[in-house]
Design a binder for this molecule. Structure first.
Ligand code: GDP
Length: 412
């Protein structure tokens, strides 16, 4: 399938990582960037001459720049990680980040279960109907209890939690993970998760794994009739069918798969990345973005299709001493092209798109175009502020209607 940008949207995930402060969001994000290969201690450069070393700049300036969106690759999938502020309640910023992502990973401290702040973020994600995976982090910590996370998700969030893994041991004794779909065991042979051994389930866990797998299958029977039938008849159930049922239930917000690990000890992170690609939706799996035609009350929508009229939302502005003003955008439909003009529908102004950037963990990549379903940053927009819609002048749409008493600008 040839597209203008050459990007396969089926293999794209736009996700946020949401957590209560201290649950381990920063550590987990760092580990994800490490495993997705974009942090290199060797200083190796991937994107050619246009690349600047982001981390180097950070170090020089002695401050932490967190990009509003960072692109990483896991196996054959492109994962855009959108920064989701976890410390603020019900602000436009959180709401906006919920809009530009398609799915989220909710991180819980396994020794605490669901904490009040995670409850707030969870409800915001509910409001925007964001499919989620839950990651019970800190399984190595004293007091860690996987069952506690499952129970508190159920009790505090009313969430239908479906464990798709089970830990082998917890606290000091946390040594690995059982994959309840494939019925395989992953044992960590050293303290820092460097060596993983994949094997059959050890005899001591065989009964527990069987019990937990049945629990999972009973929940999945509500999603898939085929699976229900095989389960009731005691037939073998192909993994593919189980994965599909988990995915369908997740995308349809019928349940939330729960995984476990320890970000600090590098455990469970690769399995989590696999789950992101397996169970979370691509931009093609979520409903088309809605908006209104400016100057009217008429609703309209835009599909995740590069051939549709361009529509993009500016969700964050950052200033960078090297390149100036960076406007982070999600393109919902059409293509944003470097050097082209777009209509800022919210402001009623024409804007020139300067350079376009993709941010990686430790480098930036300059690109010619950013297409539907993808995110990046624009250099050169002068009048655009967060929440503004950039669109094809012939097909204007306002993607985000601010609740502020601003006049609605009509296109002449
Ligand atoms: P954030 O506030 O959610 O970004 O949390 P951080 O990633 O900054 O982690 C908060 C604290 O928890 C730090 O001291 C981390 O070292 C620690 N931490 C993070 N992940 C784990 C884990 O898997 N196990 C343990 N024991 N500690 C962790």
């Amino acid at each position: 399938m040839a597209t203008k940008t050459g990007i396969d949207l089926k293999k794209t995930r736009n996700i946020g990582i949401a957590a209560h402060i201290d649950a381990g969001k920063t550590t987990l994000t760092e580990r994800i960037l490490f495993f997705t290969g974009r942090i290199h201690k060797t200083g190796e450069v991937h994107e050619g001459a246009a690349t600047m070393d982001w981390m180097e700049q950070e170090r020089e300036r002695g401050i932490t720049i967190t990009s509003a969106v960072t692109q990483a690759f896991w196996k054959d999938t492109r994962i855009n990680i959108i920064d989701t502020p976890g410390h603020v309640d019900f602000t436009m910023e959180v709401e906006r980040s919920m809009r530009v992502l398609d799915a989220a990973v909710a991180v819980f401290d396994a020794s605490q279960g669901v904490e009040p702040q995670s409850e707030t973020v969870w409800r915001q994600a509910d409001k925007y109907r964001v499919p989620r995976l839950a990651f019970a982090n800190k399984m190595d910590k004293t007091g860690a209890d996987f069952q506690l996370v499952l129970d508190s998700m159920q009790e505090r969030l009313g969430a239908n939690a479906v464990p798709v893994q089970w830990p082998m041991g917890q606290e000091d004794a946390f040594k690995g993970i059982i994959d309840l779909v494939e019925m395989r065991a992953y044992t960590y042979l050293d303290d820092l998760g460097q060596k993983i051994e994949e094997s059959d389930i050890p005899a001591e866990y065989a009964e527990l794994a069987e019990e937990k797998r049945n629990l999972m299958l009973e929940k999945l029977a509500d999603i898939s009739d085929d699976l229900a039938m095989l389960y009731l008849e005691g037939e073998e159930i192909p993994s593919e069918l189980i994965h599909n049922a988990i995915r369908e239930g997740t995308v349809g917000l019928k349940h939330f798969p729960v995984l476990c690990g320890s970000a600090l000890k590098n455990k469970g992170v690769q399995r989590l990345l696999d789950a992101v690609t397996l169970y979370l939706p691509s931009p093609l799996d979520v409903p088309p973005i809605k908006g209104v035609i400016p100057g009217t009350e008429q609703e309209d929508s835009r599909p995740a299709d590069e051939d549709a009229p361009t529509a993009a939302l500016a969700f964050k502005i950052m200033t960078d001493p090297y390149v100036g003003r960076l406007t982070f955008i999600r393109v919902y439909s059409g293509v944003l092209e470097s050097g082209s003009y777009v209509w800022n529908v919210s402001k009623g102004k024409k804007e020139r798109v300067g350079r376009l950037l993709k941010m990686h963990a430790n480098s930036r990549e300059e690109v010619e175009r950013i297409g539907a379903g993808d995110l990046g940053a624009v250099i050169g927009l002068k009048d655009t502020t967060t929440g503004d819609t950039l669109a094809d002048p012939d097909h204007p749409i306002v993607l985000e209607r601010m609740e502020f008493p601003e006049p609605v600008i009509t296109v002449a």
